[in-house]
Design a protein around this ligand. Structure first.
Ligand code: SF4
Length: 423
């Protein structure tokens, strides 16, 4: 059961947030969710009447970046999020209790609100060696994730590590790190990959849940389409430079100072799905490409290995051929087109030569048949002539039809000319 004793809007007002700010916040969330602006009143009404949902925020193999993004959020501020929009009953980073008392808080929340809290998971989940590489309170983090997510109303995996292992799962990592979907495959969940998560997307996901009583529509990797449904490349402010072939070729060069495209510096924007260019980070002020660094594809499956090295153009293995790069395919295509052009030109030349040879062979045959002596003057063949029966005719007795050859060209009377310039 969800707590219904404390309306969210009342709590927000108690925190000093004005009605105007509340409406602006709801309008901004409506925009992030890619909903029509006309949905803003509905969002506001739903959020105002919503109960404060208990949250259990678990942290495993993480750097704390997602929690830092959460705490650095504004509109609403982190305090408002923590105290009003959500009731974060368990988060090791911000909660007062520690040790056994902290674990008791988590278990209390699970017992008090069975299937009535939201589980947020940050960080990878080690699975190698029975999960020994990350334990909390003496228990494998993997087992805690299973237990908490199984009893949750919904689960949100924040950041790339919780989504599918992230950097702890990179080649050579000994911990066998995976994401929430691999540990709790049947959980009702969304993944918000990114390094770190964009807190706007986290807030919008919660707002969507409060407004429609369901999680947003996702792709096959649990990523909500409102945030991950489009390529970064298609929303990037440097896209015009890409179209005009204006590229940064070295860090700090004139092109980089002009804000040209970072594709040749390894930008993975063309292969990465996320709303970074529109949602942006740091209160919507900037994002990596705006700041001058190419996208590293941190929202994509297999990040980090699949998007490394970061500073080379399309160096990562293509999905259908791990050993072939896009550059190699491009070169092969160019070579193939050039080869086909040569083959086509050669074939055309040979064909023309054959046609010419056949035409030359036909001339003596016509002369032998007496059809048209090569020395006959123009206009000499004015009488009908008979063509021989074709050699392959099945009826040798069939009569042959006379064929008229064209006569000589009539002399042109300048007076009859229809050419307007002749006058
Ligand atoms: S900077 Fe990156 S995302 Fe932006 S247009 Fe260039 S390649 Fe695309």
């Amino acid at each position: 059961m969800i707590r219904l004793d404390d309306g969210l809007y009342a709590a927000i007002l108690r925190r000093g947030m004005s009605r105007r700010s509340f409406i602006k916040f709801c309008a901004a969330m409506t925009a992030v969710l890619a909903l029509p602006a006309t949905y803003a009143p509905r969002v506001a009404a739903a959020v105002a009447a919503a109960p404060r949902i208990p949250v259990i925020w678990l942290r495993g193999q993480d750097c704390g970046g997602d929690s830092a993004a959460f705490l650095g959020a504004s509109n609403p501020t982190a305090a408002e999020l923590v105290l009003d929009l959500l009731s974060v009953d368990y988060d090791e980073m911000i909660m007062a209790p520690s040790g056994a008392a902290a674990e008791r808080s988590r278990m209390d929340t699970q017992e008090k609100y069975p299937n009535g809290y939201i589980a947020v998971v940050e960080g990878g989940i080690p699975t190698a060696d029975d999960g020994v590489y990350c334990t909390v309170g003496g228990r494998a983090f993997r087992d805690i994730v299973r237990e908490v997510c199984d009893g949750a109303l919904a689960t949100i995996a924040v950041g790339s590590c919780a989504s599918d292992g992230g950097s702890p799962a990179a080649a050579g990592g000994p911990t066998g790190a995976v994401g929430v979907p691999q540990v709790v495959p049947n959980a009702l969940m969304v993944s918000l990959p990114g390094c770190p998560v964009n807190v706007k997307n986290l807030t919008a996901t919660i707002i969507h849940y409060l407004t429609f009583n369901q999680l947003p529509v996702t792709d096959s990797r649990h990523r909500p389409l409102f945030a991950y449904g489009g390529l970064i490349h298609n929303q990037c402010e440097r896209r015009a430079h890409f179209e005009f072939g204006e590229f940064v070729l070295s860090w700090g060069d004139e092109a980089s100072q002009k804000g040209w495209c970072l594709y040749k510096m390894g930008c993975k924007g063309p292969e990465t799905s996320a709303n970074c260019p529109t949602a942006r980070y740091a209160d919507g002020t900037s994002w990596p490409v705006k700041a001058g660094h190419g996208c590293v594809g941190c929202t994509m499956p297999g990040f980090w290995d699949a998007m490394s090295p970061f500073y080379r153009r399309l160096p990562s293995p293509l999905p259908f051929s791990p050993t072939v790069s896009a550059d190699q395919i491009g070169q092969a295509l160019v070579g193939g087109v050039a080869g086909l052009t040569v083959v086509h030109a050669t074939a055309s030349y040979v064909r023309q030569r054959r046609i010419g040879a056949e035409e030359r062979r036909e001339v003596p045959v016509a002369v032998a048949d007496g059809a048209l002596p090569p020395s006959a003057p123009p206009g000499a063949a004015t009488e009908p002539v008979e063509r021989p029966v074709p050699a392959d005719s099945s009826d040798p007795t069939a009569a042959t039809e006379p064929i008229e050859l064209p006569g000589p060209a009539e002399p042109v009377d300048p007076a009859d000319s229809s050419d307007p310039e002749a006058d």
